[in-house]
Design a protein around this ligand. Structure first.
Ligand code: 5RP
Length: 220
C-alpha cells in the first residue's frame, strides 16, 4: 500500500469516532484532507466543524460542511487531526503544515483528541522531525538564541507566513525525551506563540494505518 492509501484508510476509520448531531474539530494536513473527504459522506449526520486552518475551511466548505467559529462553541467532544510524529505516551510533534496554533487551541477545547497517522509517524522519541515553533516576527532572533541554548538548531521556514501573520522556526537536532517539560520550557520564551509539541495535551486515541490494517492505541 502507498502512504496515501494508508492515510486514506485511517481517515475513513476515524468516521467511527464522529459523534452524531454534533460539531466536531477538524485539523490540517494531507491525512486530514482525506478525513474531510470521508466526512462529506456523512455530512448530514453532523452539525458542522470547527476548522484549524484556512485550507481546511476551504475544503470543508467545498464539500458543503458548515464551518463554525470556535467562539460560538462551548463544547467539542472530538477533535480529529494528524501528526508529524507520535511517541508511545501519545505526545506528538505537529505543525509540519504550519497550522499548529489553531490546532492547539481547538485541541484544548476538545474532550478527545483522535490522532490519525500512518505507521511511519510512530517514533520511540520525538525530535527527528524538526519541531515547528510559531514566533512573533520581531522575536525571531531572541527565540532562536534560546532554542539553541536548549540544544536545538532553529531554521526559519522560508517564504512562509502562518494564518496568524507570524513566522515558523523549525528546530532540528532535538531528542525530546521529556516532552511535557520541554513544551513548558519553550512556551516560556517571550515571543513564542505556540510550540508544535502536543504533550501537555496529547492524543487520547491514535488510529494508525498499516498494511495489516488499522491499529488503535489508547493513552491515559
Ligand atoms: C499541520 C499538522 C499535520 O497534522 C501534520 O503536519 C501531519 O500532516 P500530514 O497528515 O500531511 O502528514 O500538524 O500543521
Amino acid at each position: 500500500m502507498t502512504q496515501d492509501e494508508l492515510k486514506q484508510q485511517v481517515a475513513a476509520a476515524a468516521l467511527n469516532h464522529v459523534p452524531q448531531g454534533e460539531i466536531i474539530g477538524v485539523g490540517t494536513g494531507s491525512t486530514v484532507n482525506f478525513f474531510i473527504d470521508a466526512l462529506a459522506t456523512i455530512k448530514h449526520h453532523i452539525q458542522g466543524a470547527v476548522s484549524s486552518s484556512e485550507r481546511s475551511t476551504e475544503r470543508l466548505r467545498a464539500h458543503g460542511i458548515a464551518v463554525v467559529d470556535l467562539n460560538e462553541v462551548s463544547r467539542l467532544s472530538v477533535y480529529v487531526d494528524g501528526a508529524d510524529e507520535i511517541d508511545p505516551s501519545g505526545a506528538m510533534i505537529k505543525g509540519g503544515g504550519g497550522a499548529l496554533t489553531r490546532e492547539k487551541i481547538i485541541a484544548e477545547v476538545a474532550e478527545r483528541f483522535v490522532c490519525i497517522v500512518d505507521q511511519s509517524k510512530l517514533v520511540p522519541t520525538l525530535g527527528k522531525f524538526p519541531l515547528p515553533v510559531e514566533v512573533v516576527p520581531m522575536a525571531r532572533e531572541l527565540v532562536a538564541r534560546r532554542l539553541r541554548a536548549l540544544g536545538g538548531d532553529p531554521r526559519e521556514r522560508q517564504s512562509y507566513v502562518t494564518d496568524n501573520g507570524n513566522l515558523i522556526l523549525d528546530v532540528h537536532g532535538l531528542q525530546i525525551s521529556q516532552p511535557r517539560e520541554f513544551e513548558t520550557r519553550v512556551n516560556q520564551i517571550p515571543g513564542v506563540v505556540t510550540v508544535g509539541l502536543f504533550a501537555l495535551r496529547g492524543a487520547n486515541v491514535a488510529l494508525i494505518g498499516s498494511p495489516e490494517g488499522i491499529q488503535r492505541h489508547d493513552y491515559l
